[in-house]
Design a binder for this molecule. Structure first.
Ligand code: UT7
Length: 320
């Protein structure tokens, strides 16, 4: 088997997720903005989303992390780094990773920082954690805690029907360790603040702005390209893969790509109906849901593909 760019493997020991208590249905949104359940479901697959009330991006991150650490059955002093992928942190600084460290009551000798690669953040983080675990050589701290947490409702203009129906809040987390299985990873970026962006705090319009159909075209192209590239690196075909987990931005995007490969319905995991687009949290939430539903078995090969503002995109192939 030709395997270009084979990397030291990384193992997902356990995952966790956290969602706000409040569910907002399409019908509820259609009472405040000119839209309908029918339009949202048929154009996106979204039925509902979770929106923060008393929760925050940080409290969701902490809960997802606690959930993953408890399922991993490890002690927090075995964790050498916390990396949070987010664009909606409670603070500009300190980083959310530092606040998760505080809430988990962890020791000082932990590297903590956030990354912003928008919806690709969790997959960028996967390779960052892997690289850091390889370089730090601390056998007593062999685990990394990688979190994707987003409070997209903070950046949402609830008068803009073109965006407000698309996003939701949530967090997913994973405990990671270096391992012997296959691992391939790619990441790309194409500087663009025209078709998908949100100005930072201090600007008059700190809301998500998107030219949906241009982002749709970008998404279908880069998901296909991300999958093809990683399969070529691994010397595998789509038939060798058990599941493809794409960033959940639109069911039609995923379906479009799935049809190009002629795969069975269930090979491309879809859960956008319940959560909407939770940006950097969507892939770890999906992985956690799949684990909970006993879909993930040792030895399976998974491809994940993320894409979003930046424009960034990334694909990873790993063995469970
Ligand atoms: O995570 C970041 C990555 N984001 C994405 O990947 C999102 C990619 N884009 C998409 O998912 C889709 O482009 C959308 C779901 C955002 C929009 O679907 P579309 O089929 O591309 O619709 P459109 O933007 O071309 O709009 C079609 C029509 C327009 O009306 P006219 O001009 O045809 O009269 C819109 O004004 O739908 C209208 N529209 C709506 N109608 C009811 C736009 N939003 C809504 C809405 N309810 N919420």
């Amino acid at each position: 088997m030709k395997q270009e760019n084979k990397l030291q493997g990384i193992r997902l020991i356990a995952t966790g997720r956290a969602l706000p208590a409040r569910v907002v249905t399409n019908d509820e949104l259609s009472r405040t903005v000119d839209t309908s359940d029918e339009w949202i479901r048929t154009r996106t697959g979204i039925r509902q989303r979770y929106i923060c009330g008393s929760e925050s991006c940080q409290s969701l991150a902490v809960k997802a992390a606690q959930n993953a650490v408890s399922k991993a059955g490890i002690k927090t002093d075995e964790i050498g780094m916390i990396v949070v992928a987010t664009t909606t942190s409670d603070y500009a600084f300190p980083s959310m990773a530092c606040m998760v460290q505080k809430e988990l009551d962890m020791e000082n000798d932990v590297m903590c920082f956030d990354i912003n690669a928008a919806c690709s953040g969790f997959l960028y983080g996967l390779n960052i954690c892997r690289s850091l675990l390889m370089s730090q050589n601390k056998t007593e701290k062999k685990y990394a805690l990688l979190i994707g947490s987003e409070q997209m409702s903070r950046l949402t203009d609830f008068t803009d029907r073109a965006t407000c129906v698309l996003f939701g809040d949530g967090a997913g987390a994973a405990v990671l360790e270096l391992g012997g299985g296959l691992f391939f990873h790619r990441a790309w970026s194409k500087g663009d603040a025209e078709i998908l962006f949100c100005q930072g705090s201090g600007f008059s319009d700190a809301h998500i702005r998107m030219e949906g159909n241009k982002v749709f075209k970008f998404a279908v192209n880069v998901i296909k390209d991300g999958i093809d590239t990683i399969l070529s690196d691994a010397g595998l075909t789509i038939d060798d893969i058990d599941y493809v987990v794409c960033h959940q931005a639109n069911e039609r995007i995923i379906e479009h790509v799935r049809k190009k490969y002629g795969c069975a319905d269930n090979k491309f995991y879809v859960n956008i109906g319940e959560y909407a687009n939770t940006s950097a949290a969507s892939i770890p939430i999906a992985l956690d849901e799949m684990a909970q539903n006993n879909l993930l078995k040792k030895g399976m090969k998974i491809i994940c593909v993320g894409f979003g503002a930046g424009l960034t995109w990334s694909s990873a192939l790993f063995e469970l």
